[in-house]
Design a protein around this ligand. Structure first.
Ligand code: ADP
Ligand code: MG
Length: 403
């Protein structure tokens, strides 16, 4: 059983380290998408409302264990202050004297953010002794830990894993909410249950397919991974994304789907482009005729075709539970955003549970102008939700559980 925030007892006057996932996209020194910050507000407000001294810790991007201005959390602290309507103090380091001094100055109900955890090499180190030492330093600054960075619970990192062993630790509301939705998807989905997969890495998503096939009614394949499926059917795919070493595995899935009576739906048409660029020429072709476009064997598939988009939309709209991870095409280029837009539209019309998971998928639906209320849930975790759906045990959750 997960230990949750409400079991933390009286937190008034207590120093609470709050691990968030504020790894948000930045545009210069501005936050470009604040979805993950807004998702953390309920826990933060709960803690400040009870008079806790809230010390927020997070990572941002992938600095290599040392400070790098472009990965500073300062823009995040500013946006959080706007959203909270109260000042957010900022410490320019994580465990050094200025951070400690800032903690000492906190009054009940105050909020402080420490600088990027990953400016410290030990945070994401492979060496568990180094992680433990860093976690010990962090732990001296607080009385308890609230873990609420759902997007990082699949990582065995100092602030996610070791720290939770050193302090009384509890899951926050974001983690609880994410788990409630994902557990419903894995345990008792209303049927028909459809999973839509896209994005760019076939190998990343194969684990999910293996685990999900026996559970779903329909599996829709788009995005960069669709070409490995087409290749597995013996079609030529030009210069499209292709993972040759996965073809055999994918053939196994097609066979498994047939045995299980699962509808494995593949695109029947795709949009082929002259090059990987926003201003590329393009043409709609049948899936088996990718190399018959005017670009020949140089053509690159960048989106599902319109017929496929319609067929997928129908399968989605007639489902009662839909989980979608991974854009259908290169939505960053407007000519190749049509498939992703159609799927988002269909999802928004589902009369049941509709979940969008994944960093790029979530930012795609916001960028394409969909309201967050159009879906039952937009998960803040990409890798984390996928690993959960795969049935893997997640270290950051395990450590918050009593056996
Ligand atoms: P998420 O973050 O939602 O889990 P991924 O990271 O797996 O999604 O994939 C997102 C990326 O996949 C997007 O940047 C998109 O441009 C890319 N993508 C989608 N379709 C294709 C394609 N046909 N070829 C190359 N890249 C693609
Ligand atoms: Mg991604």
């Amino acid at each position: 059983m997960l230990r949750t925030l409400n079991q933390a007892g009286d937190v008034r006057g207590k120093r609470v380290l709050l691990r968030c996932d504020f790894n948000v996209p930045l545009d210069g020194d501005q936050v470009a998408d604040d979805g993950r910050i807004r998702a953390a507000l309920p826990t933060i407000k709960y803690l400040t409302g009870l008079g806790a001294k809230v010390i927020i810790i997070s990572h941002l991007g992938r600095p290599e264990g040392k400070p790098e201005q472009k990965y500073s959390l300062l823009p995040v602290a500013k946006r959080l202050a706007d959203l909270l309507g109260q000042p957010v103090e900022f410490a320019v380091d994580t465990v050094d004297s200025s951070a400690k001094l800032a903690v000492e100055k906190l009054l009940d109900g105050d909020v402080l953010m420490l600088e990027n955890l990953r400016f410290n090499e030990a945070e994401a180190s492979k060496d568990s002794a180094a992680r433990t030492a860093f976690a010990k330093e962090l732990s001296t600054m607080a009385d308890l830990l609230v873990s609420d960075g759902f997007g990082v619970v699949h990582r065995k990192q100092a602030s996610v894993y070791e720290l939770a062993k050193l302090l009384p630790s509890y899951a926050g509301y974001l983690i609880q909410g994410e788990l409630a939705v994902l557990e419903k998807l894995t345990a008792t989905p209303e049927r028909p249950y459809t999973v839509v997969l896209g994005g760019s890495k076939v190998s990343d998503k194969l684990g999910v397919i293996e685990h999900l096939l026996p559970k779903v009614d329909r599996l829709l394949i788009g995005g960069g991974m669709l070409f490995t499926f087409l290749a597995a059917k013996g079609f030529n795919v030009g210069k499209s994304l292709l993972e040759v070493d996965q073809i055999q595995k994918v053939q196994g899935f097609m066979h498994q789907a047939q045995m299980l009576g699962v509808n494995l739906e593949l695109p029947t048409d795709v949009i082929v482009a002259s090059k990987f660029a926003s201003d590329a020429d393009f043409e709609v072709v049948k899936s088996e005729e990718i190399e018959k476009s005017r670009f020949g064997s140089e053509g690159i598939g960048l989106d599902i075709g319109p017929d496929t988009a319609t067929r997928f939309s129908n399968s989605i709209k007639t489902s009662k539970t839909v989980f979608w991870n991974g854009p259908m095409g290169v939505f960053e280029f407007s000519n190749f955003a049509g498939g992703t837009k159609a799927i988002a539209e269909a999802l928004s019309g589902v009369s049941g549970t509709s979940v969008v998971g994944g960093g790029d998928s979530a930012s795609a639906v916001r960028k394409l102008g969909f309201s967050e209320n159009a879906f039952s849930h937009i998960s803040t975790g990409g890798g984390a939700s996928l690993e959960f759906l795969e049935g893997k045990s997640l270290p950051g959750l395990e450590v918050l559980s009593d056996r």
